[in-house]
Write a protein that binds this ligand. Structure first.
Ligand SMILES: Cc1ncc(COP(=O)(O)O)c(C=O)c1O
Length: 449
């Protein structure tokens, strides 16, 4: 037993009992594979009892400042009073689900469209994976082409068409300038490999070469506009513009997967922040302030086949009352003047504080991100894409950093290829407390090296 194992066991006896109980009726003991020990939650995931604002309490009564934010959706913290009240009121007033349209749905759509530059229409759905699946098939339907171009290290949900080459073993994927797609798990039909081209991100040469060779076959280029599924990696200057220019040139669609970036560091997400507009955009974490809702949006032209019904975008629970009430109220809160500026500054203060502490203690690390979402990379060089991350990010040091922080009441994802989320309700006191914990955690990390 390491000292962490002992400390964790002592403070999580109720969690451990729940975990043992859960495993009897829930495969693996949790509702998503992402919550299991094999995905970093070692020796077992914390069981939570309550969230409020920026804080969580676990089953043993331990409190945490929360930078996990439910893996992203709790953009307004836990139980935001305005959003919670709006959902309760809407359910009491309308019910939950009609299988028919209603006015609150229009209100929610209007507010999303107003928030995002260049977005003209939006359809609501239930999860990011559904939204991406819809966008990919819609691009194929619109262009009459089959090929989807995407990038190693990005994650676009669990559907067969895109569940490829996320954190892939470079040995299996081959050379960085011409990787082959690798399915991320068993059960994905191997023949889908022919429908994909997977490239290294932030590498203009390989992208331009591919478009020169196969641009006329490409239905869509699908990308996270800033990568938040391999820690945080920002686009190199001009890279998103290049994707836009080349897709337009070859008549392919550009899909921004804004499931994480949407509404996060700017109200208009990456489209606003980077000033590059995609044809289709997917949203999920953030759009409903923590309620389960996702969206696919685009220009009226890009949504044409959905509008005329030739492309069937269906779903019993699409645009249900809980979703639309949550979206509408969330959009109202996000429109608060100065909100993003204040919270980005807060997140930047945390990021630069962590970097300064690492420097002070002689630990090779840097912070990359945009205020309200970032990663603290333990590496001695910049990470520009998945290949850099696989070769140069020190997961072992990150693990110790996570462990020393979680026992000090600071929660974020235990893996370096995830990130830290700062909600729009975190406070200066949260950041001060986190930096105090970080100073002592990094002292331990530095001592062990
Ligand atoms: C960029 C991105 N796209 C799609 C998804 C899938 O979303 P969901 O988990 O809601 O299906 C995720 C989830 O983490 C994501 O980060």
């Amino acid at each position: 037993m390491t000292s962490f194992d002992t400390a964790y066991a002592e403070r999580t006896t109720a969690t451990k009992a729940l975990y043992d109980r859960a495993r009897r009726t829930i495969p693996g003991g949790a509702g998503s594979t992402a919550r299991l020990p094999r995905n970093g939650w070692k020796p077992y995931p914390l069981f939570m009892s309550e969230g409020k604002g920026s804080r969580l309490r676990d089953a043993d009564g331990n409190e945490y400042i929360d930078y996990l934010l439910g893996l992203g959706p709790m953009i307004l913290g836990h139980r935001h009073p305005q959003v919670t009240q709006a959902v309760v009121d809407a359910v009491n007033q309308y019910g939950t689900c009609f299988g028919l349209p209603y006015e609150l749905e229009i209100e929610a759509a209007e507010k999303v469209v107003a928030a995002v530059p260049g977005l003209e229409q939006v359809r609501f759905t239930n999860s990011g994976s559904e939204a991406v699946g819809t966008a990919v098939r819609l691009a194929r339907a619109t262009t009459g082409r089959r090929l989807i171009v995407r990038f190693e290290g990005h994650y676009h949900g669990w559907q067969d068409t895109v569940y490829w080459s996320n954190h892939v073993d470079p040995v299996l994927a081959g050379p960085a300038d011409n990787p082959r797609p690798v399915a991320m798990g068993p059960g994905v039909p191997a023949e889908l490999e022919d429908t994909l081209v997977v490239l290294t991100w932030n590498d203009p040469e390989s992208f331009v070469r591919l478009m020169e060779q196969r641009g006329e076959e490409v239905a869509a280029v699908l990308t996270e506009p800033a990568v938040f599924n391999t820690g945080c990696i920002l686009p190199e200057p001009g890279y998103l513009e290049l994707l836009r220019e080349q897709t337009t040139k070859y008549g392919a669609m550009l899909i921004f997967d804004e499931v994480i970036t949407g509404f996060r560091f700017a109200r208009g997400g990456a489209r606003e922040w980077f000033g590059v507009h995609s044809d289709l955009t997917t949203y999920a974490k953030g759009v409903g302030g923590g309620f389960p809702v996702a969206a696919i949006g685009g220009t009226t032209e890009a949504m044409r086949m959905i509008a005329d019904g030739t492309y069937s975008h269906s779903g019993t629970y699409n645009a249900n009352v809980v979703q639309c009430a949550a979206v509408s109220a969330t959009m109202d809160v996000l429109a608060t003047p100065g909100l993003y500026e204040r919270q980005r500054a807060l997140g930047d203060r945390l990021g630069s504080g962590l970097k300064a502490l690492a420097d002070e203690k002689g630990i090779d690390a840097y912070v990359e991100g945009i205020g309200t979402v970032f990663q603290f990379w333990f590496t001695d060089r910049p990470i520009k894409n998945w290949r850099d991350a696989a070769a140069h990010a020190h997961e072992d040091i990150f693990t110790r950093w996570y462990q020393e922080m979680v026992v000090r009441g600071i929660l974020f994802h235990p893996l370096q290829f995830e990130n830290l989320f700062v909600s729009l309700v975190h406070t200066d006191a949260d950041i001060d407390e986190t930096l105090t914990a970080a100073e002592s955690a990094l002292t331990v990390v530095a001592r062990e090296r």
